[in-house]
Ligand binder design. Sequence first.
Ligand code: PRP
Length: 183
Amino acid sequence: MDSRMMGDDLHSVLVTAQQIDERLTELAAAIDADYAGREILLVGVLKGAVMVMADLSRKLASDVRMDWMAVSSYGSGTKSSGVVRIVKDLDTDLTGRDVLIVEDIVDSGLTLSWLVANLRSRGPASVEIAALMRKPSEAKVHVDVKYCGFDIPGEFVIGYGLDYAERYRTLPFVGTLAPHVYA
Ligand code: PRP
């Protein structure tokens, strides 16, 4: 999918495919330096993180393993409530593992705050977060994102894994939707 297929549904491009690629290269270098000589367990949070996981993981020189979780946030509409249910749990025992959670976006921070606490309770050596984007204006709880791609405004964004009603995840860039799409 590209921007031409969106017609006037696309309002603006916030982060280009090239910017994403360059920033992920920088983050991968930082991760490789920090985890030198250690094996990393990358934990992707479905579904939004699939693109970041695919691209970031392939830029890493480190020895990595990959696992996935799916969580569901109770609450109304598109906003997190902080009450999270595990839909698909990890297959991996975290005891002694260096865990790096890979996310597309930290919005209120409620999902990741819950997830970090949950994974830390399983006896890992460490738990850190890599997120492509963060919305500082929307934060309800502090989440320590060690590897953050971009701080973005508090607008609803789509593309590069992020959806609106399950559409637009395969856009190569991150953009905002025209208001008439929501109407
Ligand atoms: C998004 C994103 C994070 C969460 C962030 O997932 O991938 O997991 O919301 O929001 P928060 O910081 O306010 O908790 P979403 O629930 O849209 O599911 P998806 O990844 O399957 O699209």
